[in-house]
Design a protein around this ligand. Structure first.
Ligand code: ZN
Length: 182
């Protein structure tokens, strides 16, 4: 009887550890580093900043369906003539988090405030569709990670807070409120 009891205790403990490990691995952030991979200009180069100059995150959408970081990089370099892709992070439709620049690089994403902004773009057109649950989960993880990585407070805005654009679309914008400071 005692032996049987011991056995079930061990099984119970192993079960708890497995659940805990599953929980922890789900909390961990996985970032795909494409800082040296995406198309960039051969002649132009983005400037840099001190990490202490960053005080906000601006969320965008790609306003396109079925495109990825590679497409935005090509568009920004070839059509807009920028030094490289405008966003620091891209969240693909399956939730994959792509980093396009180190945090100290000032890329173009929000006119007039690029130096203090980390631009995050979710792939999709959220005037027409909802962001995927995986994208929203990744956005939450990434914001939490950035707020942990940088000691200063980071506010979260949508691109439309800065001008006459519908970016990041109402279906994504409505999710941003939860990230404001209480
Ligand atoms: Zn935008």
């Amino acid at each position: 009887m005692i032996i049987k009891h011991k056995k079930s205790l061990i099984i119970g403990a192993v079960f708890l550890v497995v659940i805990l490990l599953l929980f922890l691995s789900d909390q961990r952030i996985k970032i795909i580093d494409k800082t040296n991979e995406l198309m960039r200009s051969s002649s132009l180069k983005y400037g840099t900043r001190l990490l202490s100059q960053i005080n906000q995150i601006v969320v965008h959408h790609s306003a396109s369906i079925g495109q990825t970081a590679e497409d935005y990089a090509r568009y920004h370099v070839q059509s807009k003539g920028w030094p490289g892709i405008g966003y620091t992070f891209i969240l693909e439709i399956d939730g994959t988090i792509v980093q396009a620049h180190p945090l100290n690089v000032v890329s173009y994403n929000t006119g007039g405030v690029n130096t203090r902004t980390i631009g995050i773009c979710l792939s999709g057109d959220f005037t027409k569709q909802e962001p995927s649950p995986q994208q929203l989960k990744s956005l939450k993880k990434l914001i939490k990670y950035l707020r942990k990585t940088l000691p200063q407070q980071l506010a979260v805005y949508g691109h439309k807070d800065y001008g006459t654009t519908s970016c990041p679309g109402p279906h994504l914008y409505k999710h941003l409120k939860q990230f404001q400071f209480a």
